[in-house]
Design a protein around this ligand. Structure first.
Ligand code: BV8
Ligand code: ZN
Length: 250
């Protein structure tokens, strides 16, 4: 893997960094991606499963899909890619993770500055009264879990297609993106908006844009550097360069 001198310098000196991640960083943990070879969307249309219309039209099917994903995510562990990012946070003054993932693996790996743009599958709430529920409570139900207070349908606390992103998470992510001097786009097909606009904004504001992915994406031609390969292999390499360079100067 060739790492450019420019990237080595950024790793050694940048004070503001962002790691923008998608499903690909969790693939090596065993969480299926959406659009890859075994992607979820190959079998079902996203709008049917990840939208309020879909949920209201077929709540049992949508809930069964989320219960299935909840059970997978409850069994998986963060991988070397997540751990490398958590370690980078401890070496860099301002290191922010902005994730589209709902699997909570960045926090479980030790990252503390994490913005979840699309929610978190470990949280649920009643669509009628907003009361919150844990996975433990909702996974006991057969079919669509109902609210203990008002009997309303309970849904996962994730952002569905056509829904706004959580405002505070989005605002904080834009601020971090605008002040980043090094911006990584990791394991994302970069097709879901407004999240996919962040790497473009970073580059427009002068950040050095580095993409990490086994295959090219619509972002690749705009990136300053494309590191082709898996996050679990490349991120630990980048951490070693960053850590060694800063250990010397520290
Ligand atoms: C909104 C949560 C409007 C639920 C998700 C037409 C044009 C442009 C935009 C639109 C359009 N029509 C509609 C829109 C808007 C829409 C959108 O962008 N649609 C796209 C698909 C066309 N966006 C929305 O609806 C958003 N809301 O816009 O609101 C609005 C505006 C004003 C007022 C009110 C409303 C909401 C989007 C959020 C949807 N929720 N998920 C759930 O997860 O169940 S999206 C879903 O896709 C996931 O969150 C996922 O994170 C996201 C992006 O996917 P990726 O993470 O990139 O994953 P993917 O599988 O695609 O790619 C994986 C990559 O990893 C691949 O490149 C692969 O090569 C790579 N990889 C594989 N292995 C590895 C690896 N990389 C590294 N290492 C490895 N080992
Ligand atoms: Zn309720």
């Amino acid at each position: 893997m060739i790492i450019s001198e420019r990237l080595k310098t950024c790793l050694a000196t940048a004070t503001h960094m962002v790691a923008f991640t998608g499903a690909g960083i969790s693939a090596e943990s065993g969480v299926p991606t959406f659009r890859g070879a075994d992607g979820i969307w190959n079998k079902m249309r996203p709008e049917e499963l990840a939208s309020m219309d879909g949920f209201l039209r077929n709540p049992d099917l949508v809930w069964e899909w989320y219960a299935h994903r909840k059970r997978i995510i409850a069994e998986v562990q963060p991988n070397a890619g997540h751990v490398a990012l958590a370690r980078m946070e401890r070496c860099v003054p301002d290191f922010i993770v902005i994730t589209q993932n709902i699997d909570n693996l960045h926090r479980r790996a030790g990252s503390t500055k994490v913005h979840e743009l699309h929610g978190n599958i470990e949280r649920n709430y009643c669509i009628a009264c907003g009361r919150r529920y844990s996975n433990e409570e909702v996974l006991k139900a057969v079919g669509v879990p109902r609210c203990a207070a008002c009997n309303g349908k309970i849904r996962p606390d994730v952002v569905w297609f056509g829904e706004m992103l959580p405002e505070d998470e989005w605002e904080a992510s834009v601020r971090a993106t605008e002040s980043a001097s090094l911006f990584f786009s990791i394991g994302t097909s970069a097709v879901v908006y407004p999240a996919a606009s962040l790497p473009v904004t970073a580059k427009a504001r002068g950040a050095y844009l580095v993409e990490i992915n086994p295959e090219p994406t619509p972002l690749t031609e705009r990136a300053d550097e494309f590191l082709q390969g898996s996050a679990g292999t490349i991120l630990p390499l980048l951490y070693d360069i960053l850590h060694d360079a800063r250990k010397v100067s520290a």
